[in-house]
Design a protein around this ligand. Structure first.
Ligand SMILES: Nc1ncnc2c1ncn2[C@@H]1O[C@H](COP(=O)(O)OP(=O)(O)OP(=O)(O)O)[C@@H](O)[C@H]1O
Ligand SMILES: [Mg+2]
Length: 401
């Protein structure tokens, strides 16, 4: 069959073939790799923001397991730091150590026997405490239960400047009514509601949270370090991981709200899907996300699937918040079953939907504002040493232990 040739401009061809020959972004830093259809690819959210190409500097990185998401982030930060940018990583897998030691720093590790503790008890609200209790009870709190927790916090704060989860559990077991409770609520009624919560808190304190969240906050972060990492790997695999991440974020937010950040600051939440498993933690996460521009911060969240953002009960809140406040989406390979979700959420074209199911390791579809790029993330030889997360796999394949 002979098809008559057709000549068209690349601008017009772009309407049916969106990835066709889009020139690079206008920023000079940092080098990411090469575009699959030709040309280098550079990206820097702060430069693009100051050039009015982006209206917010936040980034969502999405992709199946082992597709190069964390490797991209590690090398991206490494390259950004050459330009004086700073970063703080919340690291639920404990895999950013080599990157930190490259710069002569150590991660802050939260584990039993360690120096640091985090606490869900905040100055102004009890949302993280509600979330932790809900995670323990595996259900939402009833209004009277929330009131019982509020009362326990209030009483614990009256007795001590720095209450902890144990003192909250004690107050739940021995409630002292105050004016905030209606007269119709008796101590016996309150106890009926608070006992289950205190038992659950005590169970968490002697298991998942032991040595990590069982005392007042003692996590001190030296923000003068160019790179900071909080290793939460002890909580990995527990339902409390999301609350742990939120506790750290809450401390960081306190710092950001009272200090002026200049020169570009990245906050990375690797394995951020964990914070989306509880709606309260997700709402908290979304609020800190929204503040990024006013703080001069670029937040980077890593999730596995588009449905991480939609499966939850209050999906509209999360999707609306995270996505509308993240103008850069970096999409690594998705399974066939996830591709249509990603298409809906990220407004992908049919061509892009087809591509994201076929992306090899290290290649991603970048959506930067309204523009799309297919990018191969290139690694330098020295960088490769900092990113290998396959070490355990390598050992088991070669039979070493
Ligand atoms: N651009 C790349 N080029 C070559 N190899 C790569 C590239 N990116 C990652 N790798 C290799 O793939 C392995 C897995 O990468 P990485 O840990 O970044 O995946 P991930 O998507 O973060 O996985 P997970 O979802 O399990 O966290 C790494 O050990 C690294 O050696
Ligand atoms: Mg990873």
């Amino acid at each position: 069959m002979k098809v008559p040739s057709h000549t068209s401009t690349t601008r017009h061809l772009g309407s049916c073939y969106p990835l066709f020959n889009d020139p690079s972004l206008e920023c000079k830093k940092v080098f990411i790799g090469k575009q699959y259809f030709g040309g280098k690819f550079t990206y820097d959210p702060f430069d693009l923001y100051s050039l009015n190409i982006l209206t917010n500097p936040n980034i969502v990185v999405l992709g199946q397991i082992g597709r190069g998401k964390s490797s991209f982030i590690k090398t991206f930060l490494l390259r950004e730091m050459a330009f004086g940018r700073r970063c703080l990583i919340i690291d639920p897998k404990g895999e950013y150590g080599p990157l930190l030691s490259h710069f002569g720093f150590e991660p802050i590790v939260l584990r039993p026997g360690g120096r640091h503790r985090i606490s869900p008890i905040r100055e102004n609200d009890n949302q993280l405490l509600y979330a932790l209790t809900e995670i323990g009870l595996k259900r939402s709190l009833m209004p009277l239960e929330k009131s019982a927790l509020d009362l326990a916090v209030c009483n614990a704060k009256r007795k001590s400047k720095d209450p902890n989860l144990r003192s909250i559990a004690c107050e739940l077991e021995d409630p002292l009514l105050n004016d905030s409770m209606p007269n119709s609520v008796s101590v016996t009624t309150l106890l009926e509601h608070s006992l289950e919560m205190s038992l659950e808190l005590r169970r968490l304190l002697s298991s998942d949270l032991k040595g990590v969240m069982d005392s007042t906050n003692s996590l001190t972060i030296d923000y003068s370090n160019q790179i900071i990492s909080i290793d939460l790997s002890y909580l990995q695999g527990t339902d409390s991981l999301g609350v742990g991440i939120a506790c750290v974020l809450s401390l960081v937010e306190d710092y950001l709200s009272s200090n002026k950040i200049t020169g570009g600051f990245f906050i990375v939440i690797d394995e951020a899907w964990a914070v989306l498993t509880n709606s309260r933690v997700a709402n908290f996460f979304q609020m800190t996300w929204k503040l990024s521009r006013s703080y001069g911060v670029s937040n980077i969240a890593v999730i596995h699937r588009a449905s991480d953002l939609t499966d939850q009960s209050n999906s509209s809140v999360k999707v609306g918040g995270l996505l509308s406040d993240s103008e850069t989406k970096i999409i690594y390979a998705q399974s066939e079953s996830e591709a249509s979700n990603a298409t809906k959420l990220f407004n992908l074209s049919l061509t892009e939907e087809r591509y994201i199911t076929q992306l090899p390791l290290g290649r991603a579809l970048w959506k930067v504002g309204s523009r799309s790029f297919l990018v191969d993330h290139l690694l330098g030889l020295r960088e490769a040493k900092l990113i290998n997360t396959d070490q355990k796999m390598d050992l088991s394949i070669s039979g070493e232990h």
